[in-house]
Design a protein around this ligand. Structure first.
Ligand code: IPE
Ligand code: IPE
Ligand code: MG
Length: 245
């Protein structure tokens, strides 16, 4: 088991996690999928605690995708209910640990109750600065890019931006993630090796890490292991190894 003392000072600034495998975790033990999601909420606690201990400044969690709306209504309802419950339960520990909550995605698509609770917790924690935990909810990267292109196009049409001045910075400023730095490390649990429409633009130079651990089983030590693996890589950003040393 990896201990945090084995890590060096090169801690990723922004970690993003595709929290996958709740359903399989439940199925394996003959339980309803919703129970898997409830146990997945515990994985969130583990990840947040581990990141706070290490000094990770941004943690972004894929909690519900635009495609997840196509799941059976019963499951979607259970997930939305769980969200409200978790937000109500966690607000005091977010305050106590100086954690700022943030959200990305098409929040208007969420049920009113979820949106209200979410915006309340975001507002209440906005001055916290130990770590920013961003929930990706009703989030899809393609939807985000379409919205970004529409917003920029409107500004071009109104002569607020000139087309040849559109650059990476302008695009970043129009994404849901406008206040977040690029992702350094992207983790996906459950053994699937795909991105599933998550942060396509933002992971352009992220290090990718896939683990077979199912999300409800994900513990602090699993996060330490991912970071240790990250620390053994050389991020060259197109340069040669010699240029870096
Ligand atoms: C991830 O677990 C949680 C959400 C997508 C909401 P899944 O529900 O996708 O679990 P599996 O992939 O079916 O095991
Ligand atoms: C991705 O997981 C979305 C979240 C973890 C919230 P899915 O389980 O929905 O993705 P696919 O269907 O395996 O691509
Ligand atoms: Mg899944």
């Amino acid at each position: 088991m990896i201990q945090k003392e084995q890590l060096n000072s090169n801690i990723p600034r922004h970690i993003a996690i595709i929290m996958d495998g709740n359903g399989r975790w439940a199925k394996k033990q003959g339980l309803f999928r919703a129970i898997g999601h409830e146990n997945g909420a515990k994985g969130v606690q583990e990840a947040v605690e581990a990141c706070t201990e290490l000094g990770v400044k941004y943690l972004t969690l894929y909690a519900f995708s635009t495609e997840n709306w196509n799941r059976p209504k019963r499951e979607v309802d259970a997930l939305m209910k769980l969200l409200v419950k978790s937000l109500k339960k966690e607000i005091s520990s977010l305050q106590k640990n100086n954690i700022r909550l943030n959200a990305v995605g098409n929040l208007d698509a969420l049920p009113e109750k979820v949106k209200k609770e979410l915006l309340y917790v975001i507002e209440e924690t906005k001055s916290n600065n130990e770590i920013t935990v961003t929930l990706a909810l009703s989030y899809g990267s393609r939807e985000e890019l379409i919205k970004t292109i529409q917003d920029i196009s409107i500004k071009v049409k109104n002569n607020l931006i000139s087309p040849h001045l559109i650059n990476e910075t302008v695009i970043n400023e129009h994404l849901y993630t406008k206040n977040l730095p690029d992702v350094d490390l992207l983790i996906r649990t459950s053994g699937e090796q795909r991105i599933s429409n998550f942060l396509l633009w933002q992971i352009a130079y992220a290090e990718l890490y896939f683990t077979k651990v199912l999300w409800p089983d994900f513990k602090k030590t699993d996060l330490f292991e991912a970071i240790l693996n990250y620390q053994q890589r050389e991020r060259r950003f197109g340069k040669t190894s010699e240029q870096l040393s």
